[in-house]
Design a binder for this molecule. Structure first.
Ligand code: HEM
Length: 399
């Protein structure tokens, strides 16, 4: 006769054997969600509702879909910026942000951002550049607080996204809206729009060929957005290197960091509205290589809405070879050409141009620093329910 122990063991083995069958028969139950969720089959890998993470910062790539290049990304070693001495809290950055901020409150947050962005890139490869610019313009105007996402501000004045420097030159809002909707469904009122933008920015860089990196979170969303704050805070294409350096210094960034970040122009496009004046200016055109002048001038014609890629060879790939283009007088926008003419900036460009891996490392370090500029934390600001509206507006208290 079988012992009591072996009967218990048989029962356990039986349940383990039929578990996969039960999981496929009752997916809603096993994912811990309503089966009528609008976001079923969203491709996020889970095991009974839990994201397949291997702990924070630990070989995270193993659980993520591969990037567009079709190769799994190597884990990237970098100095995280976490400074125990300054805050007393291990893993908290100077600005008060923390890696794994949503580990308990919304564990699938970063995975959901990753999933939405990867699907969006399949339909629109240019989205990566658009999100990178959106993130940069958000952080330079009143800090990384998602103020650029608001459609309205309580005072009724013009908002950041409607300013001249933004306007038709920034996009990517719909992808952020979709991520927010999914996250509000998953964990309402938890993940800020400012953090969503920082996570989406990381996915954009990975899509563009950079190694993945950890993003410290805990940013909160602004309660206002004003077009007038964009003036003097967002760089303009006709500015001199001296003006640009002064602006970046004001944001706590060095000349080298400015050059490193401006390498972002190795992806994406510019509208002819931002290009063409210089191409028709008799003096300025002397600084443009004739073949390049012909190609851009021909494409733009008289149409300010026409677009032209910064890098005609690898428009969707971040590569330091772009700096050589600038050094060879093939800059699409004047500010880039101005930098390449400046001896100090040109030397930095020469070093970076031949050191793709070194540039990637510096870019990641600097984009992390950019993402910490004047962030709202703790009980500052709010966690918006929708990224385009502050909560009082969403709930109908105003207007
Ligand atoms: C140094 C001063 C800078 C100036 C004057 C400048 C100016 C511009 C201008 C005029 C455009 C074209 C916009 C259009 O016509 O649609 C552009 C595009 C872009 N900028 Fe900059 N930028 C600067 C630095 C940066 C930095 C630091 C980043 C990122 C960290 C960045 C990321 C981008 C990206 C990714 C695009 C392409 C956007 C797209 O394809 O939609 N820029 N920039």
């Amino acid at each position: 006769m079988a012992s009591r122990g072996s009967i218990y063991l048989s029962i356990i083995f039986f349940f383990l054997a039929i578990l996969p069958l039960l999981a496929s028969a009752f997916p809603g139950f096993f994912q811990g969600k309503n089966s009528d969720s609008p976001f079923q089959n969203d491709g996020v890998k889970t095991l009974f509702g839990t994201p397949i993470f291997r702990g924070e910062g630990e070989n995270r790539e193993a659980s993520l879909p591969s990037n567009y290049a079709g190769e799994p990304k190597k884990p990237f070693e970098y100095e995280s910026g976490a400074k125990k001495a300054e805050t007393g809290i291990e893993g908290t950055t100077k600005g008060g942000l923390r890696e794994g901020f949503y580990k308990r409150t919304c564990p699938r947050a970063e995975l959901i951002v990753n999933d939405v962005m990867n699907k969006a890139f399949q339909n629109d490869s240019g989205l990566a550049a658009a999100i990178l610019r959106l993130f940069f313009h958000d952080c330079f105007v009143t800090g990384c607080d998602a103020s650029i996402l608001l459609d309205e501000t309580p005072s009724g004045e013009g908002v950041e996204k409607a300013s001249g420097a933004n306007g038709m030159f920034v996009r990517g809002f719909e992808a952020i809206d979709l991520i927010k909707r999914k996250l509000e469904y998953e964990c309402p009122g938890v993940v800020s729009c400012a953090d969503i933008l920082a996570f989406a920015n990381r996915e954009s860089l990975v899509f563009s060929g950079l190694p993945s990196y950890n993003v410290a979170a805990g940013r909160r969303d602004s309660l206002a957005s004003l077009a007038k704050n964009v003036e003097n805070n967002v760089p303009l294409p006709d500015q001199t290197t001296q003006q640009l350096t002064a602006l970046f210094n004001r944001k706590g960034l060095t000349v080298e960091e400015m050059i490193v970040l401006t390498g972002a122009h190795s992806i994406g496009i510019a509208h002819c509205a931002n290009i063409i004046d210089r191409f028709w200016d008799q003096q300025k055109r002397k600084d443009i290589e004739p073949g390049y002048h012909g190609a851009v001038g021909f494409s733009c014609g008289n149409n300010p809405k026409q677009i032209f890629p910064f890098d005609t060879v690898t428009e969707y790939k971040m590569d330091s070879h772009f700096y050589k283009q600038l050094l060879n007088k093939r800059a699409l926008i004047e500010s880039d050409q101005n930098m390449a003419r400046d001896p100090l900036a040109a030397n930095i460009m020469k070093t970076l141009a031949d050191d793709q891996e070194g540039w990637f490392g510096k870019f990641i370090k600097t984009i992390i620093k950019l993402g910490e500029i004047e962030v709202l934390t703790g009980d500052q600001g709010e966690i918006r329910e929708q990224c385009r509206a502050f909560n009082q507006k969403t709930r109908g208290i105003f207007g």
